[in-house]
Design a protein around this ligand. Structure first.
Ligand code: AMP
Ligand code: GLY
Length: 431
């Protein structure tokens, strides 16, 4: 029986665990570190933190796993995949050198330019004056050059906000070599197109859209993501391959040329402007998206474990394992709702008791993100994003209705749930 270790503790990792189990031709033994109470119901969890690189290598060795699948960005940027490879353990995820695409916005821009990927005009600055001089009009986008858990981007509508933001990013949080990317504002439809990469080629997954702001109507601060759906109207399989050839493949080629081949998931955050006929990259992530994964993977029919293992390339990390692979997808729509805690994203409250986590219909699944079991054995909130509800349906509206019907019944004090997730899909699909 193949053995796999999934690193991470969120809704994304729970969805990965479920997909590994559901799609495998040969049922794998699935382990997770550190996991969460939902993951513990599907896999064997181990109390090793997702950023404890030596601890995770020791765990993978002790379990003698055939593959490690890394969920979050922090261990990737910290070199977990490099350490696993040194120990000759196959790993699905990029090395630290390749994960800089996510770890540094300035590096990502440099690669995009070198690879000829369409992206917004920008300048990288290290002083407030240089930043103000780089602004060509409002709104302007200011991005902190480092990992900021999705919270390092500010869209400034005017000069005053731009200056205050630059002061905040460059002067009040001095990290030695702090830098900010000052970027042209792009209009259009945001699409997340992820690709699975084997160091040589990129194969696109089904497209998704996510909802980043905390409040309905895309208002309020950015979050890690409040919901998602897949697929996306206007991006069919042929279009996805065409976009992928323009936004994933050149980056995979460029990193291979630099001697740091990319294996794992390359996530392109895109702005698709149908009027202008352009697709531009807003950002890369070097991992599965959260909560896109919760909507995309339930639709995957191909064997995720076999795909990840082929991409990882065995103990030698041999590139090119995905040659000839064609992915199969459930044609149904998937809608994912995020149930977040009171105070998220600024100061999430924990410890609220969750009720209504009973059984769900077969086309609906509840995955755990920030949950814990308290001393009395109750499932309680333990983070900002608490649970995800994903439903499959023949249309966006039926998937949506099924997801909300289940989410309504999952209750905890202060629960935040956006009511407009996938409304966009309904409008565009039916309108
Ligand atoms: P990022 O972390 O770079 O994806 O930025 C977070 C969010 O800010 C994106 O999902 C977009 O909604 C928005 N954003 C980032 N860059 C731009 C841009 N150049 N133009 C318009 N919106 C942007
Ligand atoms: N959903 C956005 C992300 O995973 O970064």
């Amino acid at each position: 029986m193949p053995k796999v270790l999934v690193v991470g503790a969120g809704g994304r990792e729970h969805a990965i665990v479920r997909a590994l189990l559901r799609t495998a031709a040969e049922a794998p033994e699935v382990h997770a570190a550190p996991g969460n109470p939902g993951i513990a119901a599907d896999a064997q969890v181990h109390d090793v933190a997702a950023d404890d690189v030596p601890g995770l290598v020791a765990l993978a060795q002790g379990l003698a796993v055939d593959l490690v699948v890394v969920g979050p960005e922090v261990p990737l940027v910290a070199g977990l995949v490099d350490a696993l490879r040194d120990a000759r353990i196959p790993a699905f995820g990029p090395t630290a050198a390749a994960a800089r695409l996510e770890g540094s916005k300035a590096f990502a821009k440099e690669i995009m330019i070198a690879a000829g990927v369409p992206t917004a005009g920008y300048e990288t600055v290290t002083t407030v004056d240089a930043g103000m001089a780089a602004v060509t009009g409002y709104p302007v986008v200011l991005k902190y050059d480092g990992l900021a858990a999705g919270k390092g981007v500010v869209i400034a509508e005017d000069e005053e906000t731009a200056r205050a933001t630059l002061v905040d990013m460059l002067e009040d949080h001095q990290f030695g070599d702090a830098a900010v990317v000052v970027e042209e504002f792009l209009g259009g439809e945001e699409v997340s197109l992820l690709a699975i990469c084997d160091g040589v080629r990129a194969i696109p997954l089904a497209p998704a859209q996510d909802y980043k702001r905390i409040f309905e109507g895309d208002l309020g601060p950015n979050t890690g993501g409040m919901g998602s759906y897949s697929p996306v109207v206007g991006v069919d399989a042929a279009r996805a391959r065409e976009i992928s050839a323009a936004v994933h493949q050149p980056v995979v080629d460029e990193l291979a040329r630099r001697g740091t081949p990319f294996t794992g998931v390359l996530y392109a955050g895109l702005m698709v402007d149908d009027e202008a006929g352009t697709v531009k990259v807003l950002e890369y992530n070097t991992r599965f998206g959260d909560p896109e994964t919760q909507a995309v993977l339930p639709r995957l029919q191909s064997d995720l474990l076999a795909l990840s293992a082929a991409a990882a390339g065995g103990p030698e990390a041999t590139p090119g394992g995905l040659e000839g692979v064609e992915l199969r997808w459930d044609p149904r729509w998937a809608v994912t709702l995020v149930l977040a805690s009171r105070g998220y994203p600024s100061s999430p409250r924990t410890g609220d008791v969750i009720k209504g986590l009973g059984s769900t219909p077969g086309s609906v699944e509840v995955t755990h993100a920030g949950t814990a079991i308290d001393e009395q054995g109750r499932t309680v909130t333990a983070g900002g994003r608490v649970l995800n509800v994903t439903a499959l349906g023949e249309s966006p509206s039926s998937a949506r209705q099924a997801a909300y019907a289940t989410a309504q019944g999952v209750l905890f004090d202060g629960r935040q749930l956006r009511r407009d997730i996938a409304e966009r899909a309904v409008e565009r699909f039916e309108g």
